[in-house]
Design a protein around this ligand. Sequence first.
Ligand code: FAD
Length: 278
Amino acid sequence: MSKHIPISFEFFPPKTDVGAEKLKVVHQQLQLLQPEFFSITYGAGGSTRERTLAAIEEFNGKGAPVAPHLSCIGDDKARIAELLDLYKSQGINRIVALRGDLPSGQVGLGELPYAQDLVRFIREHAGDHFQIEVAAYPEMHPQADSFDQDIQRFIEKVQAGANAAITQFFFNPDAYFYFIDRLQKAGITIPVAPGIMPITNASNLIRFADGTGAEIPRWIRKQLAAYGDDSKSIQAFGHEVVLKLCERLIAGGAPSLHFYSMNHTEPTRQLVVDLGLA
Ligand code: FAD
């Protein structure tokens, strides 16, 4: 059994009433695992603003705290300040602060072009009220010119006031350990939670990885391809791979794990149970 560390779960705001009802059940089931918080994503440029707010309202005050994601690209300070004031009035004290990616066709970076500008703005507007989480990329952000520059940008987010970070998903634990090592050498010691993506479906996984710049190691791709449409084998293999990844991360000192639940109870629940973290 692994060392006991905190866990958190990520949801995206459902698009339909059916999805919203289903998510209530998922929330209840994952709640039983006693997460530290549930985070809820936010579409860049405010594209999911109403749906994110509805999900926050639904889950706030029901068990573990909620942490809204907030992105800044293509948005303006007044609208972001409105959201911060609303969250504060709802008793929310954790925000995941991101730049976001503009939906195709939308132009203009807005008043806060990078996550570090958003972090600075949140601190200016709300002082120390919010615990601010930011994104981290152990395999480098896809738009960064170099790893060194990306690390430097990350350090700037911390200097602007971020308290903690959650990583993009990855399957190579050495990338995470190297990233943490580089931060420690630069004197940055904030907790960085690995973002864990369960493997359930090969084509979805490849699509997410291509969209985010995350690497799927060749041996995983090959094995998934070999299983073809055999979803049972894919799920069993995926469970084993992700379980071993989590075990190595915990053994190597990861402070907590953040699961990209994809609005499903399984396989996240089973991973948490098998890790002894429930
Ligand atoms: P930044 O930290 O601003 O970095 C973006 C890029 O700009 C990097 O290449 C960085 O090196 C570079 N950079 C940073 N500062 C500067 C500067 N001053 N000058 C020049 N270059 C700079 N997206 C959403 O839309 N909604 C979500 O809810 C959401 N949730 C996420 C949760 C997690 C845990 C993660 C890892 C990602 C999430 N994303 C979300 C995706 C994220 O918005 C994208 O990865 C986006 O491309 C970068 O966001 P960031 O906050 O990391 O940006």
